[in-house]
Write a protein that binds this ligand. Structure first.
Ligand code: 5LI
Ligand code: NI
Length: 182
């Protein structure tokens, strides 16, 4: 299984580099590796066999590759298609809601080997621009859990980790009109 770097490695705190098209074969392999890791981590048997923590997103810097590429794989309802399965290259948040949302369970990160309790306030809705591995530009709107996961991943491309957003004095303080997602 791919080696995921942990906090303390400066790559996780760097701004990663824009990618150029056409992608090299290595970069296409990287896109595949990111998505494959997520699929494996969500497969009970494989995750068990390789002791993988499940992930719904993975960013290239977590594999020590400082490039602006991330994969997201958000399962849909049992036995249905994923609600979001995409490799995002040079993703940019074009606009975002004032409305704040946070996961009631907080967030976790494969590059952070510890629980960091607290709410991670993020935009509830985003308009995202990204390029796919063929270099085709897409603009999509995401909300709630999908928007939260994509923001967690884009943070990785900018050297930000989820706990940077947690209020250290009052980790469970959150705007009273924030949407709390189960
Ligand atoms: O950057 C990706 N990871 O670190 C993979 C492991 N974490 C998750 O899957 C995860 C867990 C909870 C909330 C969010 Cl938003 C995410 Cl993303
Ligand atoms: Ni992470």
């Amino acid at each position: 299984m791919k080696n995921i770097i942990r906090e303390g490695n400066p790559i996780l705190r760097a701004r990663s580099s824009e990618m150029t098209f056409p992608l090299s074969n290595d970069d296409k392999q990287l896109a595949h590796d990111l998505m494959e890791f997520l699929e494996n981590s969500q497969d009970e048997e494989i995750a068990e066999k390789y002791h993988l923590r499940a992930g719904v997103g993975l960013a290239a810097p977590q594999l020590a590759i400082s490039k602006r590429m991330t994969a997201v794989l958000i399962p849909g309802p049992e036995g249905e298609e994923p609600s979001l399965k995409q490799v995002l290259i040079n993703p940019t948040i074009l606009s975002q809601s004032v409305q704040v949302a946070a996961l009631s369970e907080g967030e976790g990160c494969l590059s952070v080997d510890r629980d960091v309790p607290g709410y991670v306030p993020r935009a509830d809705r985003i308009t995202l621009r990204y390029f796919d591995i063929e270099g085709v530009q897409h603009k999509i709107r995401l909300k709630n859990y999908e928007a939260i996961v994509v923001q967690h991943e884009i943070d990785h491309l900018n050297g930000i980790l989820f706990f940077d957003h947690i209020n250290n004095d009052k980790p469970f303080a959150i705007p009273n009109d924030a949407i709390m997602l189960e």
